[in-house]
Design a protein around this ligand. Structure first.
Ligand code: FES
Length: 195
């Protein structure tokens, strides 16, 4: 469906509690949002490469009404270290293996040292600690971010919207278009392996 309503157009879902993240050494935690077949992942940069109080520019600021409130993205949680991204490559829609921790950014998976997530299909590379910007391969645009809210009394983490379409057959211009023709598996948590 087209969505031009901004944040009001997205559901607010509880996607995890901070204990779910803290109880594993895996820095990545999968969830589905906004539809049940759309894989996304939380990344805790404090576990990935010791970054806290993470903050980066929203690469889609200036595009889509929803981004007007978010010129920058800040990590949530007690260390300000948790952010979330789509796990669907914006090139041709392959699922990104963020759970595969790699020793090199040139290997498909997520390299903790560089925070580069490398797509196994055609080699697109997204740098997560710069907001998912493209640093290699054919991806035409940055990896979409999921906006998060953290309740520090309960430890609950909520998804409240996304900054861009995850994937569409053509490069989107003005609408947030979700393509229901694609379906994916959401990996079970904790999902980390080495690659
Ligand atoms: Fe990821 Fe082509 S689908 S690089």
């Amino acid at each position: 469906a087209n969505n031009t309503a901004g944040l009001q157009g997205f559901p607010k879902y509880k996607i995890a509690n901070i204990k779910d993240i803290q109880s594993t050494s895996c820095p990545v935690y999968f969830f589905a949002y906004p539809l049940t077949n759309e894989p996304c992942f939380l990344v805790d940069f404090s576990k990935l490469n010791n970054q806290t109080n993470v903050e980066f520019k929203n690469p889609y600021y200036g595009q889509f009404a929803i981004n007007s409130k978010f010129p920058t993205i800040k990590g949530v949680g007690p260390k300000g270290s948790i952010c979330a991204f789509s796990a669907i490559c914006v090139h041709l829609g392959c699922q990104l293996p963020a759970q595969v921790l790699t020793s090199s950014p040139n290997i498909p998976g997520l390299n903790p040292a560089t925070t580069i997530l490398h797509c196994p299909c055609h080699g697109s590379m997204y740098k997560l600690d710069k907001g998912g910007i493209v640093v290699g391969g054919p991806a035409p645009r940055p990896l979409p971010i999921i906006f998060l809210e953290y309740d520090n009394t309960t430890g609950d983490i909520y998804a409240i919207g996304t900054n861009a379409p995850y994937f569409s057959k053509t490069r989107p211009t003005s609408n947030l278009i979700y393509d229901p023709d694609y379906s994916y598996q959401i990996p079970s948590n904790p999902a980390c392996t080495s690659g």
